[in-house]
Ligand binder design. Structure first.
Ligand code: 15L
Length: 314
């Protein structure tokens, strides 16, 4: 049984050879290899769904040196697919296709689906039915771990004046955010009922740098996303966890202390980009409800409540 002090060093850094030794690892071991209850466990065959999208494009590059058996899937092949990448074309709404993509897979990073607000039919098919199909295919294939790409929009209707922990009542700000609440629930169901280790990451905004004032609070440096994914795929004993997918942001609205307990040490600091983000913000139109709530324009879009009343109650 690993002690908590050791856990707090997870994933171990190569700059800490003693941690590698205590965990039973060698520096020559392939990344993703670990010791669980005295056995060598390997997590190499990892599937990334939605790999042609914005986050997927970062992860194709960043996960390639980490997982030797990386497989990527999407509805259409990425235009810049490289010869050493294994791509499987799979539409999440077609169970047979997604089952094929899951064959022989140990861990999944599920990014696939519709990544912004959309019509109900689109969200229903891509993010609800598609997500269910993915979890079912994973269960049938004996997948051990799933990272579900949830979103800050699952809780977007909290005001920016509030700091929220992971254990918070959902306040989705859109049909898109609602689908992420569904996905988080699905993750908990498959974790406790089927024994798949699931991590829901409430991702903020993955980008090279924060692009406006709201993103200073929710920015996620792509390399920090990899750290979160590695915790979810590799940390021994994980059942079901929720973490905020954000970097070390001074203006954060999230209490991400649970992620820290699980070993997350973000390197990105949005403070380093404040001047540029404020300059970009100055060019954006004012948005009464959007600027008040964490979810921004996802909250103000299609808004029909009386804002003054809602503000006084939030
Ligand atoms: C998300 O969940 C979206 O997928 C992404 O496109 C951004 O809009 C991001 O949230 C955000 O809030 O910036």
């Amino acid at each position: 049984m690993l002690g908590m002090d050791l856990m707090s060093q997870y994933p171990p850094k190569s700059s800490r050879p003693e941690a590698w030794r205590v965990l039973g690892l060698s520096r020559n071991m392939a990344p993703g290899t670990q010791l669980v209850h005295g056995e060598r466990q390997s997590m190499q065959r990892v599937l990334v769904t939605g790999a042609a999208g914005g986050i997927g494009t970062y992860l194709r590059r960043l996960l390639k040196p980490v997982y030797s058996g990386l497989v990527i899937s999407d509805m259409k092949q990425p235009a810049d697919l490289e010869s050493d990448e294994k791509f499987i074309k799979a539409d999440l709404t077609k169970p047979a296709e997604i089952e094929k993509a899951c064959e022989g897979i140990e861990g999944i990073v599920h990014l696939g689906g519709f990544s912004v607000e959309g019509p109900w039919e689109t969200i229903l098919n891509a993010n609800i039915i598609g997500c269910y199909n993915l979890f079912e295919a994973a269960r049938k294939a004996g997948v051990k771990r799933i990272i579900f790409a949830s979103s800050n929009h699952a809780v977007g209707f909290y005001p920016r004046t509030t700091t929220i922990p992971t254990e918070v009542i959902p306040r989705p700000d859109s049909r898109y955010g609602l689908s992420k609440v569904f996905g988080e629930g699905l993750g908990a169901l498959y974790a406790y009922k089927h024994g798949i280790g699931v991590t829901s990451l409430r991702i903020g905004n993955v980008n090279d740098e924060p692009i406006d004032v709201r993103r200073l609070s929710i920015w996620l440096k792509p390399e920090d996303l990899v750290k979160l994914i590695r915790i979810g795929l590799e940390r021994p004993g994980l059942v079901y966890e929720v973490m905020y997918g954000v970097s070390d942001n001074a203006r954060s609205w999230y209490d991400n202390s649970h992620a820290a307990e699980l070993g997350y040490k973000p390197e990105g600091r949005s403070k380093d980009y404040e001047a540029a983000a404020f300059a970009a913000q100055a060019k954006l139109p004012k948005d009464e409800a959007g600027d008040f709530y964490q979810g921004g324009t996802f909250c103000s879009s299609e808004y029909s409540a009386d804002f003054a009343t809602m503000k006084s109650k939030s």
